[in-house]
Design a binder for this molecule. Structure first.
Ligand code: 3HC
Ligand code: NAI
Length: 690
């Protein structure tokens, strides 16, 4: 075996050159890999003993794409394009042997090989769109030629992967190897040589390119809602259109031009940043990787309401048995009924089978006694947001839970330390803050109390992955990270409507910024009567008055908006009148408020709150705040998250704007956080803290 670079080596076995890439963890196409492939192919072509080449990877996967860490620096020779050209035009057959995931530049490398074989578990995809990009090494032109434009559209605009069997049926994989992949690939290569199989280049195939002209516009319409605000999906579509309408080389030129444009734009910068932010969030500096974990085989959930039901579904979805405890049979029946209905709805959409519905429901057991949770490894409390009630439940759990069981609260804002104080084992207590709907939202805010054990933290971080959540570890403070940042935005939104902006105008700005809904749509969805009661209402806020009018949000068909039978929000003349009268009572004169002011007044206080959270050590890193807001509240990932957004504006600019509104409103809460001021003075940004 000859080492080509420190990431690739070459061995020649009876006329077959085997080029092995070894660049852990995912065999990204780093400079050493590109150089290794180039040298390996050149040496094999020059060696008369070599009749064919096999390209294979060591470790857990085939090449998973370009090396994203290289994107920020100047390109290093050799570039990927000339290496792929060398492969595609090689006079001897090259066979890609694929296991794990062939993604992005990895699949593009496989597509210039003359043949592809894979093991049964291999997966294939072009996920560049998730980095705000498009495949930039010919993937946009070659994939449609193999799987057809319709499937290429679906794969490239979503990043979705296909498995080996589907890839084989589509002709992307020539043969599936059941046994040892290396052996199988070598034997395939020998057959190619023996049978003198002609070398086929994907670029020369065009049989699948004939499509209806309407394909592209129909497709655009079908993804419009999901991809609102994103540039990359549309650019991917344009490349596939070019593949269909232009000769190969011209299509490649379109790809190169659009790739350059995306790569130099802010969206891709934000999405690349976010790729690493998400992975960083899983790392806790003072909890070493080898910290022992507590095995979680059975979970208990207390409360079968909105959150308890959704939380339980997460466990059942991955095969973990759950017992849900309620106080009364009817509440339990209602909770279990909603879970079943949710699964039935998913089955009706074809996303799971009826068998899955039964299996999952079968994993969920109802009970009216916490004693039934005695054998659970993890118990998650999701009862009403009331400290006395939660403390009472935790003191009961302390008595019945087995030693070492994790006792978690789903509280959205209460003090986890105080909850822990109701037990004799605060080291076992932690916050597991799911987001609504808990079976859908990806974020899990893990709240670490003062006494929470490292094994408990480690277990919960791993458990989050197991139930397919993205975990962010935070400290204790009112509202933790996500809701604490939401509060000042809601405060400003409420003030803006007393100064002249109507609820729908505020919401429009937030939605155009990329949020899934505006501040008032969100309030209506959550219910305006949370924490409100008719007996104590003094009509002191717009919200009080709306509740007094029985406009309690979506559930009553009216709140800040009027809702039609499809739950579409419509601006309400009643609310507009109420706001005008209320403002007049308060002696406020309404004025025209620009969209820029609405945006800044809603978003900049969030940034400032994020800075305070960092200063207090409640979040480990600025990027964790961004992950929280993208996965918990739908902040547009193409703007990175509130802290990345602040960096992209420049902290000086953010501080100047905060001070402007401080002066305008006389409100001291606009005072920029000392951390932000210090960073700006040092010419640094939030990202420098990551
Ligand atoms: N470049 C650099 N580092 C990468 C990387 C890449 N393409 N892909 C993954 N990594 C790193 C991760 O940052 C992580 O590092 P860490 O351990 O220091 O945090 C490590 O590899 C392991 O990654 P994951 O934690 O994500 O491991 P998983 O096993 O969960 O997932 C994976 C593996 C499915 C390959 C996933 O990492 C992934 O989806 N990677 C990105 C794939 C991708 O987007 N490819 C396209 C790149 S762009 C491109 O190819 C442009 C081309 O068209 C020219
Ligand atoms: P909910 O009112 O829908 O459900 C609470 C359930 O707890 C009810 O079914 C009630 O019967 C049950 N319950 C009350 N006391 C009980 C007891 N002693 N034993 C067993 N069951 C009992 O409330 P929701 O919305 O599910 O909230 C639960 C918790 O989750 C709260 O702490 C809330 O702050 C938090 N949370 C709520 C979110 C939301 O959007 N609804 C989001 C994130 C957290």
């Amino acid at each position: 075996m000859t080492a080509l670079t420190d990431m690739a080596d070459l061995s020649i076995e009876d006329g077959i050159a085997v080029l092995t890439i070894n660049n852990p963890p995912v065999n990204a196409l780093s400079q050493g890999v590109r150089q290794g492939i180039k040298d390996g192919v050149e040496q094999s072509l020059a060696n008369d003993d070599v009749k064919a080449m096999v390209l294979i990877c060591a470790g857990r996967t085939f090449i998973a794409g370009a090396d994203i860490t290289e994107f920020a620096s100047a390109p290093k020779e050799p570039g990927l394009h000339p290496v792929l050209e060398l492969m595609e035009n090689a006079s001897k057959p090259i066979i890609a042997a694929i296991h794990g995931t062939a993604l992005g530049g990895g699949l593009e490398t496989a597509l210039v090989c003359h043949f592809r074989v894979s093991d049964t578990g291999a997966r294939f995809g072009l996920p560049e769109v998730n980095l705000g990009l498009l495949p930039g090494a010919g993937g946009t032109q070659r994939l449609p030629r193999v799987v057809g434009p319709a499937k290429a559209l679906a794969m490239m605009t979503s990043g979705a992967q296909i498995g080996a069997a589907e890839a084989h049926a589509d002709g992307l994989v020539d043969e599936i190897v059941e046994g040892d992949l290396r052996e199988g690939a070598i034997s395939f290569a020998r057959r190619v040589v023996a049978d003198n199989v002609p070398l086929s280049r994907v670029r020369d195939r065009d049989a699948k390119l004939a499509v209806d002209a309407s394909l592209f516009d129909d497709f655009r319409k079908s993804i419009a809602r999901k991809t609102r605000g994103f540039l990359a999906p549309e650019y991917n579509i344009r490349c596939i259109e070019a593949a269909v309408n232009l000769p190969f080389d011209e299509g490649m030129a379109v790809e190169a031009e659009l790739f350059r444009e995306l790569m130099s734009g802010p969206q891709s910068r934000a999405q690349q940043y976010f790729f690493f932010a998400e992975r960083q969030a899983g790392k806790v500096p003072d909890v070493p990787r080898d910290t022992p974990e507590i095995p979680i085989k059975k979970v208990g959930v207390i409360g079968a309401g909105t959150m308890g039901g959704g939380i339980s579904m997460n466990m059942a979805n991955v095969g973990i048995p759950v017992t849900i405890v309620e106080t009364k049979q009817d509440a339990l029946d209602r909770g279990l009924g909603i879970i079943r209905k949710n699964y039935e709805n998913t089955a009706a959409k074809g996303r799971i089978s009826q068998d899955d519905v039964e299996t999952r429901c079968g994993l969920i057991t109802g009970s009216l006694s916490v004693d039934d949770l005695a054998d659970c490894d993890l118990i998650i409390e999701a009862v009403f947001e009331n400290m006395d009630l939660k403390k009472d439940i935790f003191s009961r759990l302390d008595k019945i839970a087995k030693p070492g069981a994790i006792l978690a609260s789903n509280t959205s804002a209460l003090d986890v330390n105080e909850i822990a104080s109701a037990t004799s084992r605060p080291e076992s207590v932690i916050g597991l803050h799911f987001f609504s709907p808990a079976n859908v939202m990806k974020l899990l805010e893990i709240v670490r109390g003062d006494a929470t054990g490292k094994d408990v933290i480690k277990t919960c971080m791993s458990f989050a992955k197991r139930i397919k959540k993205v975990a962010v570890l935070v400290g204790v403070c009112p509202g933790f990270v996500g809701n604490r940042i939401l509060f000042p935005r809601q405060t400003q939104a409420n003030q803006l409507i007393l100064e002249g902006a109507m609820p729908h105008e505020v919401d429009k700005v937030l939605v155009e910024f990329g949020m899934p809904m505006g501040a008032f749509q969100m309030s209506d969805l959550a219910g305006l009567d949370i924490g409100w009661s008719a007996e104590t209402s003094k009509g002191e806020t717009i919200r009080d008055r709306l509740c007094e009018m029985d406009r309690r949000g979506q559930k009553t068909g009216a709140g800040f908006y009027d809702y039609d039978e499809k739950r579409n929000p419509n601006p309400s003349p009643v609310v507009e009148k109420l706001i005008r009268e209320f403002a007049a009572e308060q002696g406020k004169t309404l004025r025209d408020i620009s969209e820029e002011e609405i945006l800044q007044r809603c978003i900049y206080p969030m940034i400032n709150e994020g800075a305070k959270i960092l200063e207090e050590g409640i979040a480990i890193r600025a990027s964790d705040i961004d992950v929280t807001w993208v996965y918990g509240y739908g902040w547009p990932v193409y703007r990175g998250g509130p802290m990345h957004y602040a960096d992209s504006i420049g902290l000086d600019e953010v501080i100047t704007t905060l001070r402007k509104y401080q002066e305008m409103t006389g409100d001291a809460s606009w005072e920029p956080s000392p951390l932000m001021v210090r960073l700006a003075q040092e010419g640094k940004n939030f990202s420098s803290l990551n």
